[in-house]
Design a binder for this molecule. Sequence first.
Ligand SMILES: Cc1cc2nc3c(=O)[nH]c(=O)nc-3n(C[C@H](O)[C@H](O)[C@H](O)COP(=O)(O)OP(=O)(O)OC[C@H]3O[C@@H](n4cnc5c(N)ncnc54)[C@H](O)[C@@H]3O)c2cc1C
Length: 434
Amino acid sequence: MPDLLTLNDRQGTYPKSYYAATAPEMPGYGALDGDVECDVCVIGAGYCGLSAALHLAEAGFSVRLIDAQRVGWGASGRNGGQLGTGQRVDQQTLEKMVGSDHARQLWDVAQGSKALVKSLVSKHSIDCDLKPGIVYTDHKRRFVDETKAYVEHLNRVYGYEEISFLDRQQTMDAVGTDVYFGGSLDWGAGHLHPLNFALGLARAAADSGAKIHENTRALEVKYGKKPRVLTESGTVTSDHVLFACNGYLGALQPEIAARVMPINSYIIATEPLGEARARSIIRDDVAVADSRFVVNYYRFSKDHRMLFGGRESYGYKYPDDIATAVKQRMLGIYPQLDDVKVDYYWGGTLGITLNRMPHFARLAPNALTASGFSGHGLGMATYSGYLMAEAVKGDAAGFDVMEKVPTHRFPGGTALRQPLLILAMLYYALRDRF
Ligand SMILES: Cc1cc2nc3c(=O)[nH]c(=O)nc-3n(C[C@H](O)[C@H](O)[C@H](O)COP(=O)(O)OP(=O)(O)OC[C@H]3O[C@@H](n4cnc5c(N)ncnc54)[C@H](O)[C@@H]3O)c2cc1C
């Protein structure tokens, strides 16, 4: 397994993404220098670790947050920016998986995650272009009845009225293409500039007293009453340690690595299209995600660039043709964008689990982990950090709701699981087409 913290990126440097190019000046946080003690050591400064550090610092805990790279350098600074409703797995599937009472608790957690993101943005004045709305589109006619039934289920059983069904014409009007057969529009969901959200969380955490160290990689964790996190430039000894490394965890904790597998996803940003052309495609400036297994997800940036994400790469090294391959997928939906230049392209690594539900675990009484958000971490990773902070403070009820969801080891172990995944993805990618 290659080292994903260094395979595709230069040490201490953000990828050349549209997000990094449009982020405000980034102050940078110094590396750990020497041996220190604190209440809580958090490993990983994505949404999960940042949110944990922020909530703990606000509650008066002394916190050291270390990241091998930079704040928001991982998936949190590179993603599609879509703040979706619910868990990654739909409620009807969850009801079958864990029963209706537990499924309801998982729904409440997911609703809490959206509310938390919105309230953090407003409380800490984070300038991240947060806007409402996601349209989910059906790329096959036979999915449309299921979508209609699911919208009714959310309206009726969960009392969730912010989502409505779209017929074919309404979908066409909303997203400016006739390739879809129907879908739904969810005004409770939203989208934002993901890196600016992460940087805003870091500022809030630092202002609350958390000490952040970039370029500080955890090399080993020694468990015990006072866990010790060993890095090249010092050791953090604390009462609690929290793992928030998601797809970039590598071999640091084998028990998590067996259940959370990294995969890559890729995004392009076109040149600015101007407001009129952007609104002729996505009328209401919402985000869009389609029903493909290899999902297409897209939206417009504040300066009217199409940010289009899609993935079909079966290896950890980024392919050379990200820009052309992802543009090709975009043209399959919007052939009218053929003349448009791609200004930025980049990749990122996310963590998936076998059943696409996050993996929460207690590795020791004072060592917690949350990861494997399976492409649905904007809200859920942020909320997971809050739930881990609550657990450290003594209220583990929310953490337990998530930990109770069974997550399984990937078959094939760390050596064979990737070839097995490739086979499965090729199969589903083919099914997307036919
Ligand atoms: C291209 C792409 C598109 C996506 N689109 C969406 C979307 O539209 N909506 C959505 O909800 N989700 C999306 N996701 C998923 C979402 O971005 C993630 O679920 C979320 O950001 C996970 O946050 P995190 O804090 O758990 O992990 P990350 O943001 O990946 O952070 C982990 C951090 O841990 C650090 N780290 C790892 N190992 C060590 C170590 N040994 N020592 C110190 N630090 C370490 C890394 O440097 C990294 O900064 C997407 C992901 C990608 C890659």
